[in-house]
Ligand binder design. Sequence first.
Ligand SMILES: *[C@@H]1O[C@H](CO)[C@@H](O)[C@H](O)[C@H]1NC(C)=O
Ligand SMILES: *[C@@H]1O[C@H](CO)[C@@H](O)[C@H](O)[C@H]1NC(C)=O
Ligand SMILES: *[C@@H]1O[C@H](CO)[C@@H](O)[C@H](O)[C@H]1NC(C)=O
Ligand SMILES: *[C@@H]1O[C@H](CO)[C@@H](O)[C@H](O)[C@H]1NC(C)=O
Ligand SMILES: *[C@@H]1O[C@H](CO)[C@@H](O)[C@H](O)[C@H]1NC(C)=O
Ligand SMILES: *[C@@H]1O[C@H](CO)[C@@H](O)[C@H](O)[C@H]1NC(C)=O
Ligand SMILES: *[C@@H]1O[C@H](CO)[C@@H](O)[C@H](O)[C@H]1NC(C)=O
Length: 289
Amino acid sequence: MANPYSAVLKLTFIFLVIASAPELGGSSKSVTIVNYCKETVWPGITPSENFSGDGFTLKPGQSAVYTAPAGWSGRIWARTGCDFDKNGNGDCQTGGCGGNINCTGPGTPPSTIAEFTLGDGKPDFYDVSLVDGFNLPIAVKAVNGSGNCSTAGCDGDLRNNCPSQLTVKKNDKVIACRSACDVFNTDEYCCRGIYEDPAMCSSSNYSKIFKQVCPVAYSFARDDPTSVMTCTGADFIVTFCGSRNQTVCSYHGKQLLCNGSNSKGFKTKPDWWWVFLLLVAYVSKLCLS
Ligand SMILES: *[C@@H]1O[C@H](CO)[C@@H](O)[C@H](O)[C@H]1NC(C)=O
Ligand SMILES: *[C@@H]1O[C@H](CO)[C@@H](O)[C@H](O)[C@H]1NC(C)=O
Ligand SMILES: *[C@@H]1O[C@H](CO)[C@@H](O)[C@H](O)[C@H]1NC(C)=O
Ligand SMILES: *[C@@H]1O[C@H](CO)[C@@H](O)[C@H](O)[C@H]1NC(C)=O
Ligand SMILES: *[C@@H]1O[C@H](CO)[C@@H](O)[C@H](O)[C@H]1NC(C)=O
Ligand SMILES: *[C@@H]1O[C@H](CO)[C@@H](O)[C@H](O)[C@H]1NC(C)=O
Ligand SMILES: *[C@@H]1O[C@H](CO)[C@@H](O)[C@H](O)[C@H]1NC(C)=O
């Protein structure tokens, strides 16, 4: 996906730390969450040991690092179009999780979901799921892992290709794409009843459109199980509105790791500036703590 905002994004990259561990040790994982969207998102993260689900915003170009404890199983998704009052009460156009900035439950479909099951010393599993529909592109990249650590998720934005029967609109603009199961609620689309058997539940003309835009993602409940990755020792980067081939950076210990199709490069000034600003942000975090 061409991203006209990337130069600006890289210059405004801000480093937030949520649920920080003083040192990334043991088998806790750093999950860097980056907002490449043109709009603010409110990430949703399944609560864990040191993170109770408190809401926060990521403006365009901002990132946050979530430290997931060993063995964490959970989801990361984006809430969009939220409007919270000064007490933190309000609603989101998509992905809302209880009428508050702090999530009290999972997001309301339709929303794209990054799913993780972290092995404590064993391989980690991760995938992107469109089973609950789509609200924005998500890509999950594993950095410095071993095993099958392919990048999961999307190359484009399904809001631009959503079949008309599945669209969710706000002011004539498509803000999300519902799943065929959600809209038609048949056993066949939902993989229920006799279709519960993976051999019986096949892709539909709807799920195929989802799969075209997000090739490494679950496009329906019994989608090809190879959509889930099995990777050991990696840190993760979740991007909102990025694409799978994008160069991304994350932290592990005191090192900045970058990867992507251009990872040998960093030829252009904006890329260097981005790394530089990340380092400045990181060093200032070290100095403050
Ligand atoms: C990444 O993929 C998008 C869409 O598939 C394409 O437009 C873009 O040129 C690719 N970028 C790189 C660096 O390969
Ligand atoms: C949770 O916080 C405690 C106390 O600061 C820390 O010792 C522990 O490592 C943290 N756990 C994770 C997973 O960050
Ligand atoms: C959200 O959680 C944080 C920390 O637990 C708390 O300080 C804040 O008041 C909560 N916000 C709302 C709107 O409940
Ligand atoms: C990257 O992975 C290798 C082997 O998997 C490990 O030895 C190395 O320490 C890792 N690098 C960082 C910065 O974590
Ligand atoms: C980046 O990706 C390349 C190829 O995919 C891989 O060989 C390299 O080890 C990766 N580097 C890091 C730091 O993960
Ligand atoms: C999918 O197939 C159904 C029934 O076969 C048809 O009614 C519907 O229009 C098709 N939708 C798309 C987007 O092709
Ligand atoms: C890794 O997973 C992807 C997606 O499931 C699959 O296409 C690929 O063949 C796998 N690679 C290896 C080395 O297992």
